[in-house]
Design a protein. Structure first.
Length: 690
C-alpha cells in the first residue's frame, strides 16, 4: 500500500495517521485510470506555511483528545477534529477565509476537550446554536448535527422537535456544515421547540446512509433532551424537500407532520427521461426504492403539507405527488408562494408553520384505527402496528390496509344465506357484535399486526373479506402473525427458512445501511486482470466512501476476521476463493443457506445462468451469510451508484440489483465497474431467476 498525494495540501498532510483513526488508501492498478471525484469538488491551495500550522495545531489537539476518549460525550469534541482531518485530507478549502474557519473549529474542539477533562458539558444546555456529534453504527464514523435551542427553553419539560433537512451544497462538507450551524440560524424558529439539522452524510439526498443519519440524529437528541416523541415534525427544502418526501414516506409513523419544500419525488420524470433514454431494466426497477409515488398510501397516516414557489421548476415534485394522491382519491395540501422561484414566500412559510403547529398541538396518533402500508421492498415494511414480513414478489406494488372496526359498526357480511335475490342486499349488511380487524392485502405473503388493546381470541379477524380463525387457547392473543397459502390466510409464525425477510431482501446497496465490515484478501489471486480490478475497485470504494459518505470503512484482512465480527457485521468480501479465505468458506457452505454460485479457476456460474470466464469476470452479489444467516455477505462491491450519478441527487440510487457478473476487461468508469455481462434479482427464496 502507498499514498498517492494529488495536491500540495495532501502532500503536506502526507501519510500522517488520520487524527481520529483513518488510514491511507491502497494504490490503484497501474493500467487503470483514476475516476474523477465530483463531490466534494477540489478546493483551492492554501499557503504551505498556513497548512503546516493548521496541521500542527490539529495534531496537538488530537493527541490531547485521547484523554477524553471514554467520555460519553467525547463525540461532541472529536466530531470537530474529524471535520478538520477530512478538510485537510480532501483539500476542502474553497476560500482564503476557510483557514480561519478551520482555526475556529479547532479552538472549539480544544475548548471542549478541556471541558470534558473536567466532566463539563456546558454546550448541552446553552440556548442558541450548537453542534454535536455521534458515532455511527454503520461504519463507526463521527457524524455532526446542528441544534437550535430557543432562548428561555425549559430543559425539564417535554418539547416538540422540528427536523430540518438542508438543501444541496457540494462544498458544504463537515467543516463548512459545522461552521454554518454555529454561525447561522435556520429558516424556521418554532416557539418552544428544538430544531435539529441532520448532516445526512453531506450530499446524499438523505438516502442510504444519509437517511439513517436522520434517524440516528433524532435518536441522539431524544436521548439527551426531553423530546415529546409524539411531536416530531419533518421538514426540508430543495434537496431537503426531496429528503422530507422519501424519509417521510418510508418512515411515516415517526412524524407528527411532514412538510416537503421543492426538491424531487421520483427519478424518470424529474430527469425528463424518455423511454429510449431509460437505463437497464433492473435500474428502472430499483428506481422504486426511492420513488415516493410508489409509497403514497404511507403518507395518508400523517398530515402532509407541501410548499412550492409558483415559478420554481421544482414545483414538478408537488405536481407529481398531487397526481399520486388523486390516484387514491385524495387531495394533497399544496401551498404555493406567489411569484416565487426557488425560495419560500414569507406569508407561505408562516402558513406552513401554522399548520405544523396545529399538528404539534394535536400530537401524533399513536393508536390509529386505520393504518395504510404501501411498499415495494421489505426494507420499508412497517407503519404503526402493521408489518409486512413476506412479499410474493419484490419491486411490485404491495399493500396492507388495516382498519379496526368497533362493536356496533355496520359491515358487509360474506354469508348471505339462501334468501332470494330481493333480500340479499338487505342481508349483506350486519352490525358487529365484537371488535373486528379488517385487512386488505396485495402482493403480501406474510404479515404481523398488533393493534392497541387487541385480543384475537375475542376479536374477528378478516383478511380480504374472509374470516381467519384464531388458534385455541385461553391467554390473550394481542398480536397476529399470518401467512398466506394460495388464497388462504392462517395464524402461523414466520420460520427460519431461506427467504427474503425485512432487512434481508437486497439489493447490494442494502448492506450499507447497517453495520458492515470490509474484508480484504491476503492470498494469491490467480488471475492478474482480476487482481488488478479488485485492487482498483476496493481503493475506489474506500476513497468514495470517505469523500461522499464522510467516513472511513471498518476494514480487516481476511486472516484477522473473528467469529465475533461474523456475528456483528455484514461482511463485504473482496477477491476470489483463491485470495480471500472467507469467500472460499462462504461458497463452501452447505444447504439450506448455500450461495448459488460456483467459482472455479476456469469459470463463474450462477446456478441456472450461463458461465463466464474466471480470468476476465468477477461476480458482485448480496446474499444471506451462510455462516450467519441474519447478516449479509456481499462480494466485490460497495454502493453501486458512482461519480457519474452525483450530478443530481435524484440519480444517487442503486444501479445494480442482487447480483451481477462484471466483465473486467472493460475499464471501470464513473458509471459502472466494468461491462455488466449479466445481472438480476434473486427470487423470494433467494434462488436465481432464469
Amino acid at each position: 500500500m502507498k499514498c498517492s498525494p494529488s495536491s500540495r495540501t495532501t502532500r503536506i498532510v502526507g501519510c500522517v495517521v488520520c487524527l481520529i483513526g483513518a488510514t491511507c488508501s491502497p494504490s490503484r492498478g497501474a493500467e487503470l485510470q483514476p475516476i474523477a471525484r465530483k463531490i466534494p469538488p477540489a478546493g483551492i491551495e492554501l499557503p504551505a506555511e498556513t497548512l503546516k500550522q493548521l496541521l500542527h495545531q490539529a495534531v496537538l489537539i488530537s493527541k490531547e483528545s485521547g484523554r477524553i476518549a471514554a467520555h460519553p460525550r467525547a463525540a461532541d469534541a472529536r466530531v470537530l477534529l474529524k471535520a478538520v482531518e477530512f478538510a485537510l485530507h480532501h483539500n476542502e478549502f474553497y476560500s482564503a477565509k476557510d483557514a480561519e474557519t478551520l482555526r475556529r473549529v479547532l479552538r472549539l474542539a480544544a475548548a471542549r476537550v478541556e471541558q470534558l477533562k473536567r466532566d463539563e458539558t456546558p454546550w448541552m444546555r446553552k440556548p442558541g446554536l450548537t453542534v454535536r456529534g455521534y458515532v455511527s453504527r454503520i461504519d463507526g464514523s463521527l457524524q455532526p448535527y446542528g441544534l437550535e435551542i430557543p432562548e428561555g427553553y425549559d430543559f425539564d419539560k417535554p418539547s416538540p422537535l422540528y427536523v430540518w433537512l438542508h438543501g444541496r451544497g457540494d462544498k458544504t462538507t463537515d467543516l463548512h456544515f459545522i461552521h454554518q450551524r454555529l454561525t447561522r440560524g435556520g429558516r424556521i424558529r418554532p416557539a418552544g421547540a428544538i430544531v435539529l439539522h441532520p448532516f445526512g452524510r453531506h450530499c446524499m439526498g438523505f438516502k442510504s446512509a444519509g437517511e439513517i443519519d436522520v434517524l440516528d440524529a433524532v435518536a441522539e437528541v431524544r436521548r439527551d433532551y426531553k423530546i415529546d416523541p409524539d411531536r416530531i415534525v419533518l421538514m426540508g427544502f430543495s434537496m431537503g424537500g426531496a429528503g422530507a418526501w422519501h424519509v417521510g414516506a418510508h418512515y411515516a409513523d415517526r412524524w407528527v407532520a411532514i412538510s416537503p419544500g421543492a426538491g424531487f419525488a421520483e427519478t424518470a420524470r424529474y430527469n425528463r427521461l424518455q423511454p429510449n433514454q431509460y437505463p437497464a431494466w433492473y435500474v428502472q426497477r430499483l428506481w422504486s426504492l426511492y420513488d415516493v409515488p410508489r409509497y403514497t398510501r404511507n403518507l395518508f397516516n400523517v398530515p402532509v403539507v407541501v410548499y412550492s414557489g409558483e415559478l420554481d421548476k421544482q414545483i414538478q415534485a408537488a405536481r407529481v405527488m398531487e397526481e399520486a394522491y388523486m390516484e387514491h382519491n385524495r387531495r394533497l395540501p399544496h401551498i404555493i408562494g406567489p411569484g416565487m422561484g426557488h425560495k419560500y414566500h414569507p406569508d407561505s412559510l408562516r402558513e406552513v408553520m401554522r399548520r405544523m403547529s396545529e399538528a404539534v398541538a394535536q400530537g401524533r396518533d399513536t393508536t390509529p384505527r386505520k393504518v395504510h402500508l404501501q411498499t415495494r421492498t421489505l426494507r420499508y415494511n412497517r407503519v404503526h402496528w402493521v408489518e409486512a414480513l413476506g412479499l410474493e414478489e419484490h419491486w411490485r406494488d404491495a399493500r396492507i390496509d388495516a382498519e379496526v372496526i368497533p362493536v356496533g359498526s355496520e359491515v358487509v357480511s360474506e354469508d348471505k344465506g339462501d334468501s332470494d335475490d330481493a333480500d340479499k342486499d338487505e342481508l349483506a349488511k350486519k352490525k358487529t357484535t365484537r371488535p373486528q380487524l379488517s385487512l386488505k392485502t396485495a402482493n403480501v405473503t406474510a404479515l404481523r399486526v398488533a393493534p392497541p388493546d387487541a385480543d384475537f381470541r375475542k376479536w374477528e379477524l378478516r383478511v380480504n373479506g374472509k374470516l381467519v380463525a384464531a388458534p385455541d387457547g385461553e391467554s390473550p392473543l394481542t398480536a397476529a402473525t399470518l401467512r398466506r397459502a394460495g388464497d388462504t390466510w392462517r395464524f402461523e409464525a414466520v420460520g427460519d427458512e431461506l427467504a427474503k425477510r425485512p432487512r434481508r431482501q437486497g439489493p447490494i446497496d442494502d448492506a450499507f445501511l447497517d453495520p458492515f465490515l470490509v474484508v480484504t484478501p491476503t492470498g494469491e489471486e490467480r488471475n492478474s486482470r482480476v487482481a488488478q480490478w479488485v485492487e482498483f475497485e476496493l481503493a475506489h470504494f474506500r476513497a468514495r466512501w470517505k469523500a461522499l459518505y464522510r467516513g472511513d470503512v471498518r476494514i480487516k484482512k481476511d486472516v484477522d476476521v473473528t467469529a465475533e465480527d461474523v456475528r456483528k457485521y455484514h461482511l463485504i468480501l473482496w477477491g476470489s476463493p483463491s485470495s480471500n479465505k472467507w469467500i472460499q468458506m462462504v461458497l463452501a457452505a452447505e444447504k439450506p443457506h448455500s450461495v448459488p454460485l460456483e467459482w472455479t479457476d476456469d469459470e463463474i456460474r450462477l446456478r441456472g445462468r450461463a458461465a463466464h470466464s474466471s480470468a476476465t469476470s468477477v461476480p458482485l452479489l448480496i446474499y444471506p451469510n451462510p455462516l450467519q444467516p441474519d447478516k449479509y455477505v456481499v462480494l466485490n462491491s460497495g454502493p453501486t451508484h458512482r461519480e457519474g450519478h452525483d450530478r443530481t441527487n435524484s440519480l444517487q440510487n442503486p444501479k445494480l440489483p442482487d447480483w451481477a457478473i462484471v466483465d473486467v476487461a472493460q475499464q471501470p468508469d464513473d458509471r459502472t465497474p466494468g461491462r455488466i455481462a449479466d445481472a438480476g434479482f434473486f427470487d423470494e427464496s433467494w434462488s436465481v431467476t432464469r
